[in-house]
Structures are given as structure tokens and as C-alpha cells.
Design a protein around this ligand. Sequence first.
Ligand code: FMN
Length: 221
Amino acid sequence: MNDEKSTELLAGIAARRSCRAFENTPPAPELLASVLKYATFSPSAKNAQPWEVYVVAGERLDALRAKMDEAFHQGRGVPMHAGREMPAWQARARELNGALAPVLERQGWEPKSFIGRCLRFFDAPAAAIVCMDGEPSPLHLLDIGMFTQTLCLSAAGHGLASCIIAYTLIVEPAIREFLRLPAERRVMITVALGFPAKDQPMAQFRSSRAETGENVHFVRS
Ligand SMILES: Cc1cc2nc3c(=O)[nH]c(=O)nc-3n(C[C@H](O)[C@H](O)[C@H](O)COP(=O)(O)O)c2cc1C
């Protein structure tokens, strides 16, 4: 065993789980600033740091939610392209949906309301909109993913819960318009942030993981 193992770091990695029910209490601006400061320690190819992040909270977030909701209900959503999904991934997605179903019920949420709730950032008091300029190259897409993960870990380190939300991209044009993004800037992913509503089922839900042997391959010979 490595004596230098950081149990705090490992506990932090394990503590970051998607939370879908939040307290109304808004995180203090200084707390959010610190979350974002640590998030920028994220690595990136050639240290390009290609993320452009918009942190929205309070009344501005309510206004953004309203605009996204309006676009969704007026049928102005754009389809999301998930790309080619391998059978094993599809099976895990089905497993996730199956595991979420009873939790949605315990929370008192209609299954059909789920996408709408994603578009409301699960009523979190803060959200980060992670954008990037130009045409995304695969390497810089990885940078955005790394940044997003580091952001969520940083949030966990500050006592905040998070949920990465891609469904919001179906109303990407409404987000772009609200944030008045320059033409070349695109919304890549969004993250709900806030204190977890700990007693609520959708804050307690824990997704499963494939057995390590299923998709981790130790090459020994
Ligand atoms: C790129 C990406 C997009 C995601 N989009 C959504 C989403 O739209 N709605 C949602 O509820 N969760 C979303 N999630 C959260 C995943 O469902 C979650 O990370 C996964 O089930 C593993 O659970 P955990 O984050 O609690 O460990 C997304 C996660 C990632 C990485």
C-alpha cells in the first residue's frame, strides 16, 4: 500500500455523486468564486484552458430557467446527438433508468417531468454553463469534460452538491440568447450547484458502477 495515499482526496472523489434535489439556500458568492478558482486547476491539452464558464444564480437563474422552459414548451428544442451508443452503454443507461424510476416515485415526481426538471437545473440555486469557442476538437472536448469533473469535485470539496446536465442542450439557443454569447461560443454542458436537500430521495440516489473487470483491463502479459 502507498503510504502517501490521500484519504481526503479519495473521500472527495467518492463524495461527488449527482444530486437532483437542492436546498433553496443560495451559496454565498465567495463560496462559488472559490469553487470556480479550484476548478481552474483542471488540466487541459497544451494548457489551452478552453472553457468559458458562466455562473448564474438568484434572480438571473430564475430568468434563465423561465426562458429555457418557454423554449421547451414552445417546441423550440433541438435534438441532442448522443452519437453511436455501444450495446453495453445502452444496457447501463437502461439500468440507470430502472434504478431511478422508484426513486422518482418516492420523490413524488412524474417520470415524464424528468426532462423538464433537468431544464430547471432541478431547481438548484446556482448553475454553471460551460462553453467553448470555435469548433470543438476531440482534445478540447476532453478539456471541457475534465474541467466539468474538476468543477464538481471542487463543489464537493466546498460542501456543495452538483449534477452535470446535458439535457439542457436541447434548448441551447435559448441559453445562448440569454447569456448573449458571441457567435463562435457554444454551450458544451451545464452543471447544477447547491446544497443538497439531504432528506429527499433524489438527493440520496446513488447510481451503480460496472464491476472493475468489465471495463478496466490490466495488461499483465
Ligand atoms: C456528460 C454528462 C451528461 C449528463 N447529463 C445528465 C442529465 O441531463 N440529467 C441528469 O439527471 N444527469 C445527467 N448526468 C449525470 C449522470 O446520470 C451521472 O453522472 C451518472 O448516472 C453517474 O452517477 P453519479 O454522477 O451520481 O456518480 C450527466 C453526466 C454526464 C457526465
